[in-house]
Structures are given as C-alpha cells and as structure tokens.
Design a protein around this ligand. Structure first.
Ligand SMILES: Nc1nc2c(c(=O)[nH]1)N[C@H]1C(S)=C(S)[C@@H](COP(=O)(O)O)O[C@H]1N2
Ligand SMILES: [Mo]
Length: 443
C-alpha cells in the first residue's frame, strides 16, 4: 500500500547544501536513517571506552539476571489498544543534539506517516520547558483573578460543569521550521515541520469563564496564563483573543489530554504560536497591560536583520508542506504518485493550495479535502506522473484573508537569517532520478 520506503537522505542539489555542523553531529546522524543511529551510538560508546564492546562482551559473558530465573508477571487485560507492531516505525522523535536536556526539549510529529488532518494523540509533538509533570486531577486547581468581580478557584469537577465546546485546531510551535532559516539542516518533514499537530479539543471557552468571574469590561486588556509545571511558564494573551476563541481544554481527540500535552488542563489559543497554549494551566489573571514575562521578552522574540527584536509576534501565518513525497522517502520508479500535504493559517481557513514540480516555475491547483476548517490543518492532494527525471516539489498556500505563503528568499529579504520563530516559507523537496527525495532550498 505504501509506495515509499523510508531511506537515507542527504541535502544536496543545485541548491544550498547543509553545513555539516549546523546543529551538531547528532543531527547529521539522522540523515543516515534509523539504523545508523544505533551504529553511531555504538561507535561513540566504543570511542569513549577505547575497547570494542563486542570483545569485552566475549571476555565477560552476560550473566543471567534474577528475572531470567523466575516467572514474570501474569498477563494483565488492559483495555487500551495500540497500533500494530508493523507500524512501530511511526514514532515521535527527538532531534539528537538539538537540546542539551531532554526535559527542556521537543519531540516531533511523524507527519510523513499520517493521513487526513487529525494527529493521533500518541504521536502529537511535545514541547516542554521543564518536563511533563504528573498532575493529580483531584488536587489540581485553576485560579482566576485580577481585574474581576468574583475571583474563583476551580477544581476539575467545577470546570467540567461549564458548557463545553469541541473544536478542531492546529497547534504549531513558533519555532517549527526554525532550524532552516539559514539553510537546510534536517533530512525529513518530521524535523522540518513536525512541531505541528491538529486535534479535536474539548473544553470551556475562556469567555465563558471570564463572564463567570465578572471581568472588568472597561479595563481588562490582557490575560496572563500560568502553568503549574516546573517552568511555571507564563504568557500574555490579548483580551480580543481571549474573548474570541481561546479555550480552557481538558479533552483531546475524544479523551482526556495526555500528560505530555497538559493533563488535566491546558489553554488553547487557536492560530497562535504553541507557547501561548499554556499546559498544566493553574492561573489566569486579568490585567490592563502585558506582563513582559520571561518567555515573551527573553525568548519568543524575532531577531530582525537590523538587529532589533520583534516582540509579541503571535500569529502563525499561512503555511503548507508536502508530506509525501518528502525528504527521506524513496519513489519506487516512474509513474503515478499522489502528492499530498498539509496547509494551515493562524488567521482562518485555507482558500487555495498550489503545487509545483519544477521549483516554482509552473503551478497547479491542488484539491482540498473537506472539511476546510478555520485555524485547522487542511489536507491537499494533486495527481502527479513522475517522468523519472529530477523534480523540485513545492506547495504554496493562500488563506481566506488573502495572505500568501512566501518563498524562502522573499521571507529572508524581510526577516534575515537570524530568527528562530515564524518561518512559514515554501518548502522544497528534490526528487532525484534514483527516486530519493532530499531536503533542499532554492537559492
Ligand atoms: N506550562 C507549560 N506550557 C507550555 C509549555 C511548557 O513548557 N510549559 N510549552 C509550550 C510550547 S513552547 C509549545 S510549542 C506547546 C506545545 O504543546 P504540546 O507539548 O502539547 O505539543 O506548549 C506550550 N505550553
Ligand atoms: Mo513552542
């Protein structure tokens, strides 16, 4: 059924090659595929020990462990299903060398393996500043205070008594594609675009809770959201957003949130960079000015070409990416292929996606899969007959407000190359006559 194999990929082409040390050696290992993870991991260990492990193992055979000499636990009938073992390659993955600490890190969604628009919760990317705490829902409380008539402390039971809504929205980290400002850096769409997911979220509209506490309609201009994890992450949300479609969420894809996605309570700020969707939400404060918190003054600012910083740049602008064929995949001979991918905009619905197979010289309009929802992923498709020659695949999205996804050179002309956040440029994949697909950038 799947006409692609995951295979090694190297950045190359008539294009800008990736500097080998852009993200440290760890990331380059990825370029050689999963098997070489093991190979290079072992090599590093060998180098450190200065003795080949295989020889040492022969000298000291592995002694049987106590658990080898006894029966294990009896089977436990658990009622929660798991994917087929043949799908075990579908995994969230960390980019080795990207972050020094696994608690302040990110794992990426395997976009190349997914269909439709919903991200299964088990492979939804994770981004934590201080790890994912295990929060007891019975002990968890949400405080709402500040410029309000009736400050409240709500339990989870209280929150779940309010009228609820379920809505499908994407969640994208502001740093998604952030490794590619200067050049191609990572081999697959999982790493170039995988800080992205789309779920059906269930919860209470923030406007409902703000009405309940009687917020000061005259002076309330901003809301501060605070997480109960070790980072106590805080973000300022403008009141227009808060009253529009911001949700206090407990449900994700029909069940309670996963621990790593903020169980039992998170904020969801649709269309805005992920950091504002504060997880393990414990406090909402209504105020009249922005708080200028750490994660909105020191980080999550954009370094512009003239050396100034752009602050409070929240909206995730119109963007798209082809997920198949994409970097690291391998086309099995010429002929028919369905080009498919995802498009989204933090400003509303996707209106149109065009696809090019020749690096942007000619474009064809792609089909959009229903439903096309506001601030949600939209699946697009285009029939393609590969003639076996080199091809440069690109997609370009337009949203209902008329915003058009820029090319990389267009975006660089405005933003320079020293940013981390808000890279929504057109992505190029290079199909080689061998069938290999590489991550490239057209200069
Ligand atoms: N409390 C808290 N909220 C948080 C974070 C965090 O570290 N702590 N990370 C933020 C960032 S940077 C992103 S991109 C999103 C990621 O959400 P996810 O882990 O559910 O994908 O959560 C945001 N909310
Ligand atoms: Mo993020």
């Amino acid at each position: 059924m799947n006409s692609f194999r995951e295979k090694s990929t190297r950045p190359a082409g008539r294009v800008v090659p990736a500097p080998e040390n852009h993200l440290g050696a760890g990331t380059i290992r990825l370029a050689k595929g999963r098997r070489s993870f093991l190979a290079t991991g072992a090599a590093a260990g060998l180098a450190a020990a200065a003795v080949p492990l295989a020889v040492r193992a022969k000298d000291a055979p592995l002694a049987p462990a106590p658990w080898t000499r006894s029966l294990g636990a009896p089977v436990v009938a658990t009622g929660y299903g798991m994917p087929s073992k043949f799908e075990s390659n579908v995994q969230r993955r960390q980019s080795p060398g990207l972050t020094p600490q696994p608690q302040a890190s990110v794992s990426f969604t395997p976009l190349q393996n997914l269909f439709g628009i919903i991200t299964p919760s088990g492979v939804h990317f994770e981004r934590h500043h201080s790890g994912a705490p295990e929060v007891d829902p019975d002990q968890h409380r949400l405080l709402i205070h500040g410029l309000v008539k009736r400050p409240l402390i709500l339990s989870m039971d209280d929150i779940m008594r309010f009228p609820s809504v379920s809505r499908i929205h994407f969640l994208e980290c502001g740093a998604n594609s952030g490794m590619e400002w200067a050049n191609v850096a990572v081999p697959t769409v999982q790493y170039t675009h995988g800080m992205l997911a789309c779920s059906e979220f269930t919860g209470v509209l923030l406007s409902t809770l703000l009405d309940e506490v009687g917020y000061d309609r005259k002076n309330a201009k901003f809301i501060l959201a605070e997480g109960s994890d070790g980072s106590a992450l805080t973000r300022t949300i403008p009141i227009e957003f808060a009253l529009n479609d911001v949700m206090v969420v407990y449900g994700q894809n029909g069940e309670m949130l996963r621990q790593e996605n903020g169980y039992p309570l998170r904020l969801l700020v649709p269309g805005v960079q992920g950091v504002s969707s504060v997880k393990w939400l414990r406090r909402l404060e209504v105020g009249d000015k922005p708080w200028n918190a750490r994660e909105e003054s020191l980080h999550y600012v954009d370094l512009m070409p003239d050396g100034t910083h752009r602050q409070y740049s929240g909206i995730q602008e119109v963007k798209s990416v082809i997920t198949t064929p994409s970097g690291g995949q391998m086309l099995q001979g010429k002929g028919y292929y369905e080009i498919t991918g995802l498009a989204w905009s933090g400003r509303g619905r996707i209106k149109r996606v065009d696809v090019s197979a020749d690096g942007g010289r000619n474009w064809q309009q792609a089909r959009l899969q229903d439903p096309v929802l506001s601030k949600a992923l939209t699946r697009f498709r285009l029939d393609w007959n590969w003639d076996g020659g080199p091809a440069l695949l690109q997609s370009r999205a337009v949203d209902e407000t008329g915003h058009i996804q820029p090319s990389m050179p267009q975006l660089r002309a405005v933003r320079g190359t020293r940013s981390i956040y808000h890279n929504n440029a057109i992505k190029t994949w290079s199909v080689q006559p061998s069938g290999e697909v590489w991550n490239v950038q057209i200069a």
